[in-house]
Design a protein around this ligand. Structure first.
Ligand SMILES: Nc1ncnc2c1ncn2[C@@H]1O[C@H](COP(=O)(O)OP(=O)(O)OP(=O)(O)O)[C@@H](O)[C@H]1O
Ligand SMILES: [Mg+2]
Length: 345
């Protein structure tokens, strides 16, 4: 068996400013085998980007250690960087360069021969839908086009290990599908290991063979999507009501019929987890109808990774994202210089 391509032990990152200390990542220990495709999930502020930035040597851990492609991230940072690809969460690129030239320069930076770099640039331009923009400068691209260029830059030299921070965020559905085709091709052709973050749970579910869930700086689950959902056997039944006024009544009736805890998703939506949604739904609807509670929509679906997160933390990813919406990095000069250190924010 080959040695793991990523090995992290007790990786911890604290950001300290005069006002406060944020422990972004706490005591992270894990390893990734060569060729794995790992999706790293978690709400805003969970510590995903910070983990990636430590593993890619952009920021130094406060404590702990890691080796990436067999090199120590602290002592052999340059060797690590030469052997990995990294696409950060925010766009990069030299604004005045033309798209195709930017790609070719990236290839040259990684030591590709000129002809090979040009051929690879053309193939990536074509498949990421940048053909119409290949001679435009980076600053003339839209957000989604820039994102596609970022990804093409990360894919240029086909490194053995690729870190992608939210590669699909901001892409239209067609571009997302193309991106995934690319990632899967890379693995097929080169056995590339891919470690990526995403907020699209269905993507993680469908493509990743391993899902790591992070919350508040700690990994709280690490398994295949199928295993993670297994212990949640059953269906998530969701009912949409015609007015907020009937939510209390609906909740208590649903609890009575199912004997399960009912969750208020929002003012007019209640949800419950049951063993067999398909057979329960008709009974539930008749009972609510008889009590004069108007139901405008009803679904009973197998659990998703969001249900996994809910089971683990007691809140959905959406709720977790909302609760951290105003807890972004502050603008204190000390924190700001820590931010600038990474250069990808
Ligand atoms: N340079 C910094 N200075 C201070 N705090 C920071 C800095 N970078 C990140 N943080 C804090 O560390 C925590 C983790 O941030 P991180 O960017 O790793 O989250 P994330 O999981 O990538 O979230 P998102 O899904 O929003 O991208 C957050 O609380 C964030 O505010
Ligand atoms: Mg992030």
């Amino acid at each position: 068996m080959d040695a793991p391509i990523i090995e992290a032990e007790g990786l911890t990152k604290r950001f300290t400013s005069r006002k406060a200390t944020v422990e972004a990542v706490t005591d992270l220990t894990f390893s990734v085998a060569q060729g794995e495709l790992v999706a790293f999930l978690g709400p805003n502020g969970a510590g995903k980007s910070t983990t990636l930035r430590m593993l890619t040597t952009l920021i130094a851990p406060t404590s702990g250690r890691a080796s990436v492609v067999g090199r120590d991230i602290a002592r052999e940072a340059a060797a690590v960087r030469a052997r990995i690809g990294y696409v950060g969460q925010l766009t990069s690129g030299s604004f005045a360069q033309r798209v195709r030239d930017e790609l070719i320069s990236q290839g040259a930076f990684y030591g590709m021969a000129k002809a090979a770099a040009a051929a690879r640039a053309d193939a990536l331009v074509e498949s990421l839908g940048l053909s119409g923009f290949a001679t435009r400068t980076v600053q003339q691209l839209s957000g989604g086009q820039k994102r596609r260029l970022d990804i093409a830059l990360g894919l240029m030299h086909a490194p053995p290990l690729l870190f992608l921070d939210e590669p699909s965020t901001g892409l239209d559905p067609q571009s997302r599908a193309n991106l995934w085709e690319h990632i899967l091709d890379l693995r097929r052709e080169h056995g590339t290991t891919v470690f990526l973050t995403t907020h699209y749970l269905e993507e993680a579910d469908r493509y990743a063979e391993r899902v790591m869930v992070m919350d508040q700086g700690r990994v709280i689950a690490d398994d295949t999507a199928a295993h993670l959902k297994e212990h949640l056997a059953g269906d998530a039944v969701t009912l949409g009501l015609d007015s907020p006024g009937s939510a209390d009544r609906a909740s208590s009736l649903v609890a009575e019929v199912t004997g399960r805890e009912v969750r208020r998703v929002d003012a007019t939506t209640v949800a419950v987890h049951v063993a067999d949604g398909a057979t329960l739904l008709p009974t539930l609807l008749r009972r609510l109808d008889a009590a004069g509670v108007a139901v405008v929509s009803a679904t009973g679906v197998p659990p998703t990774l969001d249900d996994v997160f809910l089971a683990l933390t007691g809140r959905t990813l959406r709720e977790a994202n909302l609760s951290t919406a105003d807890a972004q990095p502050d603008t204190d000069p000390v924190a700001a210089s820590a931010t600038a250190e990474g250069g990808d924010r």
